[in-house]
Design a protein. Structure first.
Length: 353
């Protein structure tokens, strides 16, 4: 079945869940379990949302306190940095460099500090002073770029090329794919936990909603379920200011879009990762766009229900609301028995508004 645009903010690929790829089950989960401070993050059952949306179960994977940081990004940073340092036999003078909208850079900076390494972090326009200060407080050197996320990535890559620093970037392009692939592997721990937590309740996911920036977490989730040949469908949600994955799924190829300011800062990325594209084009069941008003409303509602989220985390609730209000609900087979998992990727602390 071909990709179908249901309305201006919803695209579905109803047959994507039958696509199969290699399993991503590997040692990342065991590695994370070996780290100090590891604990599975909560999977919160929110029956009020299930009732409101006409679904069987709605559960929120709460990444508001992963390894002492207010977002999930440490899963990718710790695993990728460990693999990169081992692969290069890097010494104590190694320097890590990356670009970030906030959470990834803080995770790289924290991991560098714990390993006694220096880090340089490039920040695009639109990132809050709070998030920038949090990265600096980890001991990293922060450089602001007068431009968008793509320009910050280019600056970080240039730094690494000119100085020999180790680039730990969570997006891929032609010629730079190994480190991003390790970051994706690290993110797979999140969905492995989800499966275990659901299995303890005798459940399995029918749909997982993924807040999406460059698409590395999205790639991890698609690879996880399509590698298992599981029935779970995967749907992305992006700000309407940065719909690179949405436009790419529509076009059947990688599309880069211009970005604008949004409260969903960590998702404000215009160019999807090249490494994620085969997974997006073949295994993504749908893509959604939401605006800041919808994200604010979702954030307020989740807060009322006692679930700690930031704007990017709230995007998942905005997304399922958008989906259930459209014909995509029928296209994806959602009903009163469906189990839906919302990935809440950050806390309010990560990106206060």
């Amino acid at each position: 079945m071909a990709v179908k645009q249901v309305n201006p903010n919803v695209v579905v690929h109803a047959a994507a869940h039958i696509w199969a790829t290699e399993s991503t089950q590997g040692p990342a989960l065991q590695f994370h379990q070996s780290l100090p401070g590891y604990a599975p993050t909560e999977l919160i059952d929110v029956p009020q949302l299930a009732q409101e949306l006409g679904l069987g179960k709605v559960l929120v994977k709460d990444e508001s306190a992963r390894f002492g940081l207010p977002a999930f990004k440490a899963l990718g940073a710790t695993w990728a940095i460990d693999k990169a340092l081992r692969a290069l036999s890097a010494g104590p003078d190694a320097v890590l460099v990356t670009a970030t909208d906030g959470n990834h850079g803080r995770a790289v900076a924290r991991t560098a500090k714990l390993r006694g390494l220096a880090a340089r972090i490039y920040i695009p326009d639109g990132v809050s002073d709070f998030a920038i200060q949090a990265i600096a407080d980890e001991g990293a050197k922060v450089t602001r770029i007068n431009g968008d996320y793509d320009l910050a990535v280019a600056a970080a890559a240039k730094d690494a090329e000119e100085t020999g620093a180790l680039l730990i970037q969570d997006t891929a392009w032609d010629g730079y794919e190994e480190v991003p692939s390790w970051i994706v592997e690290g993110y797979s721990t999140m969905v492995a936990e989800v499966d275990q937590q659901l299995a303890q309740q005798g459940l399995a996911a029918d749909l997982v909603i993924v807040p999406t920036g460059v698409g590395s977490l999205l790639q991890a989730v698609i690879a996880h379920y399509r590698g298992q040949l599981a029935e779970a469908k995967v749907v992305s949600v992006e700000p309407d200011t940065a719909g690179g994955v949405f436009e790419s799924l529509k076009a059947g190829q990688l599309v880069s879009v211009a970005t604008k300011t949004t409260i969903m800062t960590g998702l404000n990325c215009g160019t999807p990762s090249s490494l994620a594209m085969p997974y997006i084009l073949q295994g993504l069941s749908g893509s959604l766009l939401v605006d800041d008003r919808e994200a604010r409303a979702a954030l307020a509602h989740l807060t009322e229900l006692g679930v700690k989220v930031g704007p990017c985390g709230a995007a998942a609730l905005s997304g399922i609301r958008t989906l259930m209000a459209s014909d995509a609900k029928t296209e994806l087979g959602l009903n009163e028995d469906s189990v839906v998992v919302l990935l809440s990727t950050e806390s309010a602390e990560a990106n206060p508004i």
